[in-house]
Design a binder for this molecule. Sequence first.
Ligand SMILES: Nc1ncnc2c1ncn2[C@@H]1O[C@H](COP(=O)(O)OP(=O)(O)OP(=O)(O)O)[C@@H](O)[C@H]1O
Ligand SMILES: [Mg+2]
Length: 265
Amino acid sequence: MAERAASVAADASAAFAEREPVVRLDGISKRFETKSGTVHALEGIRQSIGAGEFVAIVGPSGCGKSTLLRILCGLEQPTQGRVDWGRGGEAPRMGVAFQDHRLLPWLSVEQNIMLPRLMLGRAAAADIERARSLCSLVGLTGFEQRRPAELSGGMKQRASVARALFTDPELLLLDEPFGALDALTREQITADTERIWTAQRFAALLITHSISEAVHLADRVIVMSARPGRVVAEFPVDLPRPRTDVLGSPEFAKLCSDIRKKLEL
Ligand SMILES: Nc1ncnc2c1ncn2[C@@H]1O[C@H](COP(=O)(O)OP(=O)(O)OP(=O)(O)O)[C@@H](O)[C@H]1O
Ligand SMILES: [Mg+2]
């Protein structure tokens, strides 16, 4: 069964890879040298993400998920292995949303969203227009001029996702951006994320502790083992979209349960 799941996943992944991989991770390992010894965070990660593919990673706390994401966005270097970008080695436009929203408290929502532009100089009228349309896309219309302290937790996360979308990313990296939210808000933001992805079709990598969130959003779910983080299983998600229509279906529940079993091994 596991072999079959892995081979079907390999087929699904190959189908996206054929389309043109945005990135290939070629045998990534990572060790941190600390005062108390070596921390072996990642071992032999080989994966590719196809253009327009939505990949989710689930795994126990400390298995190296955030490290992998930091390696992808260049904030960390692998000890072994390489990140190969598609399109002849040119890194794609990336957007990142972290677990904590990392909004700057002295800037308005609108200014936070166009921060990637403000860091390069003054924002043009077109940038302000784009920030406002992203506010509308993530459900923050009317809050453009508010400061982060005036927003609820869910609204801050929405602003953080909008900022990640500001550069019109070809690869969107999401590190548990909805982890701290209550279940209902989380379901709503997950549905909104699927709607935005369906309309824009960027490649996405979502790290999450929620199996149902992974199955709701992803074309493929990767399961990682405890430290050192290795890929122990992959599951293609062939359920129809929008997945909000199939959240209560037996197929959805079965897939979640199969993934949970792999996580518990
Ligand atoms: N800069 C660092 N220096 C030393 N050790 C580190 C560093 N960053 C991460 N680690 C260690 O590497 C391991 C993987 O950390 P990482 O944050 O990637 O895990 P994670 O899977 O994202 O966990 P969580 O689900 O709790 O967010 C952990 O043991 C962590 O302590
Ligand atoms: Mg993490």
